[in-house]
Write a protein that binds this ligand. Sequence first.
Ligand code: PSV
Ligand code: MN
Length: 426
Amino acid sequence: MKITTDQIQEFNKTLEGQHETSLRCLRDKLEASGVDSEDLINKLVDLQIAIPSWALGTGGTRFGRFPSGGEPSVLEDKIEDIGLLHALNRSSGAISLHIPWDIPKDPGAIMELAASMDIKFDAVNSNTFQDQPDQKLSYKYGSLSHTDAAVREQAIAHNIEVIRYGDQLGSKALTVWLADGACFPGHMNFKKAIENTQDSLADIYAAMPDDWKMLIEYKPFEPAFYTTVIQDWGTSFNLARKLGEKAYTLVDLGHHLPNANIEQIVAILIKEGKLGGFHFNDSKYADDDITVGSLKPYQLFLIFSELVEGLHYMDQPGEYAWMIDASHNVKDPLEDLLQSVEAIKIAYAQALIINRKKLWEYQENNDVTYAQEILQDAFRTDVRPLLAEARRRSGAAINPLGLYRKLDVRKKLIADRGSQSKSTGL
Ligand code: PSV
Ligand code: MN
């Protein structure tokens, strides 16, 4: 299924009057406080968020799964789904593949299909957390950290194979997330496990093309319940530091123990030049993988505030991988992804309107009250008309979710693919 320019324009016409009124009000308010709203709109047009190939189907837990139908079961259909998202918001112009869930059988044809929808290939993800049917050795007790060198070699070879796939598609980064860890105290020798991991990563690093990045994800627990080998940002940072300048830390918002100060982690990684990118999601308890910004929008805003602050701090601002990593248990995955992209862009726009100079002044003078005020003033500004304008100018829908519902996209996907079609992934 495709959404045409005519459908978008026709829909936008019905919303234009109301949109222009709210945009005018917001622009007046922002210009009065010295914000260049044109510049802001351009920045919003430019921000693209990668969609993971595994988030287009219904997620679930070990207790069950309740698919709503029309899921994309092959890579071509997944790209088609991202094409729909990108047509609706013009902000989802990248896909992140998980191998072997989504092996491109004919890379040339896949690239052509993606290019026809203006979609690029973001970081590729390896998978040594599951055993595949044709696999020789098991990852039951780990992969890159395993006690047995033969298992480590198999996991290294897999990661190198993933790089090769990504290279054929124009990806420039490998994301490594390890489920390696221990379920019970005593099982894992901490020092040996991290040493093995460091050595295995060095072999993978050596096989990366020069213009690639390695993004090392961390997570405190799950699926291992006692501990994970790369449990926190410090461990990831240390691995990346030792590997070299092409290795970075990847921050998945859901991979922190409760109440961790993620914005501070982000600031320190920026300062050290080791922030590689994000997996955006939201959570209340642990790795809940729910819609970005649905629970802690202020935290998301504070993270973006550090990112914008980083633009001033660095001589050369870093280029980060922006990706969603979520699971949709009871919502239509495409609707959830539209909401997530919107939440990310709202946080970004709010961070851009912070009066940075004043904030620095208040920080220097320890004016605690006004430092807080300046942040909250930006956070409490409804910036959605700016997002809508950025979309309108780039040929997207003023209200993507509204058009998605109006066109009855899910119903059409079910008619095309059937009510039982299942997506690969977790
Ligand atoms: C692990 O929880 C994780 O965040 C990693 O990024 C995986 O690759 C992804 O989720 C798989 O769903
Ligand atoms: Mn993740």
